[in-house]
Design a protein around this ligand. Structure first.
Ligand code: IMP
Length: 423
């Protein structure tokens, strides 16, 4: 049995979608186990760009079966739109894409509360995507979350929505917002449930069957290690376990040791939302990365903060995630810069891990190695030997300081612009 996992090593948007699309060609099942509509995976089908939020990027590889597991939070409105988009591109959906009956449902009130809280006075702002992610996971933990199975059961649904809205409506009215009518919300969700019914099933049993049969399975992580609820830069994180440790819990299945775990990292680093970013750049180099790399959020359109690759942070995440190899993306974006920097530790932090306190993390001062820039079109290179010496030196230093080989290098947005250096 082949099992592979793909996980982001920075703050998301590393370009995981492209690697997953490529790897999915050799896997029967593609599985998403955490997160929801906050994700934005850009993939290309016959030159056409499509941004996926809930559906795994592996959906565009023909012949795959896609499972959305209990650890996910699903916004029925967005997922229905995505299903339509994928169908319009000629892919089968019914019988091929499955949503766990235990997955949590993001309703209109979750989004509203998320957005309201983020715009409120006197509260810690996270810079969320405004998709109601944290609020949905909070309801799950409080045990009045609506799950996909409830969308198919009018009585249970009304009871859950009504009980969930008791507190939420009090909060919303205290903020000067309109209340939600449980009857109206229930009707909307039931309507969405009727459309989603062919997709809703017990995906955990499907996964167990696949494991027992020895089928090949690709686990597709969303967000990234530095946004992991426990090990990321808390509280400026998302509300799920993004590190590979979250796979078993998110699937409801002990998947065992995954065969190969690939961590995806950009040749530089970006972050959307708030929170510390020790290697953040504010000058011309950042403008270059943002403009050339198209660093604008695929879910929210927000400009991404840009900075240099941080090997200490990546090394920590590589070790926590037991990563076997890195997929280094967007190296081509650095072409044209006079100087490229690589952070190899911090002047004011000498411990093995990262500070747990965001106040300590915020003031880390990176120690940089400086590399000569290069000016070359990497996109047509088929091997790393064809790269300029400066680019090769940079890759070698990334490997040395991150403590893991660079297995794949992405040299452009197209699926075939990916160099596989072998195991
Ligand atoms: P939330 O997941 O919407 O609650 O947002 C929490 C934090 O995670 C914010 O900093 C978001 O910008 C960030 N975030 C969530 N999803 C993604 C993603 O797919 N890519 C990059 N950042 C993300």
């Amino acid at each position: 049995m082949t099992t592979t996992a793909v996980c982001g090593l920075q703050w998301g948007d590393e370009g995981k979608g492209k690697l997953v699309t490529r790897l999915a060609e050799n896997h029967k099942f593609v599985v998403r186990y955490q997160g929801g509509g906050n994700a934005g995976h850009t993939v290309y089908v016959d030159g056409k760009k499509i941004v996926l939020h809930h559906l795994p990027s592996g959906v565009v590889a023909k012949g795959t079966t896609c499972l959305l597991m209990p650890g996910m939070v699903i916004n029925p409105v967005t997922v229905l739109e995505e299903l339509e988009e994928v169908k319009a591109l000629g892919f089968d959906t019914v019988g091929r894409i499955w949503i766990s009956n235990r997955a949590q449902i993001t309703a209109v009130y979750h989004r509203s509360l998320d957005q309201k809280r983020e715009s409120g006075e006197g509260v810690i702002k996270i810079g969320t995507t405004g998709r109601g992610i944290g609020n949905t996971y909070a309801d799950k933990a409080m045990r009045f979350g609506v799950r996909a199975c409830d969308l198919l059961d009018p009585d249970s649904l009304f009871e859950l929505v009504q009980s969930s809205l008791v507190q939420k409506n009090l909060q919303l009215t205290a903020w000067g917002e309109e209340e939600f009518d449980p009857q109206v919300v229930t009707e909307e969700l039931l309507n969405q449930g009727r459309q989603l019914e062919p997709y809703i099933t017990d995906t955990s049993m499907q996964l167990v069957n696949a494991i027992e049969k020895g089928d090949s399975i690709l686990f597709e992580g969303a967000q990234a290690a530095m946004l992991d609820l426990d090990m990321g830069t808390y509280p400026y994180v998302t509300s799920s376990t993004c590190l590979p440790g979250g796979i078993s819990a998110g699937c409801g299945v002990n998947v065992g040791r995954v065969g190969k775990v690939i961590g995806v990292a950009k040749a530089y680093c970006t972050r959307v939302g708030l929170g510390g970013f020790p290697t953040e750049e504010l000058g011309d180099a950042a403008t270059h990365m943002r403009d050339v790399g198209g660093e604008y959020g695929s879910t929210t359109g927000r400009p991404r903060r840009c900075g240099w690759f941080d090997t200490h942070a990546v090394r920590v995440m590589v070790r926590l995630g037991q990563i076997d190899g890195i997929c280094l993306t967007k190296l081509d974006v650095l072409s044209g810069l006079d100087e490229i920097k690589l952070s190899v530790g911090y002047e004011n932090w000498s411990q093995e891990g990262l500070p747990a306190s965001h106040r300590e993390f915020d003031v880390l001062k990176p120690k940089y190695l400086s590399f000569k820039g290069f000016d070359a079109d990497l996109s047509s290179c088929k091997t790393v030997d064809e790269f300029p010496q400066a680019a090769r030196d940079f890759i070698k230093a990334v490997e040395e300081h991150s403590g893991v080989p660079v297995r794949y290098i992405s040299t452009g947005p197209k699926t075939d612009q990916l160099i596989d250096r072998g195991a």
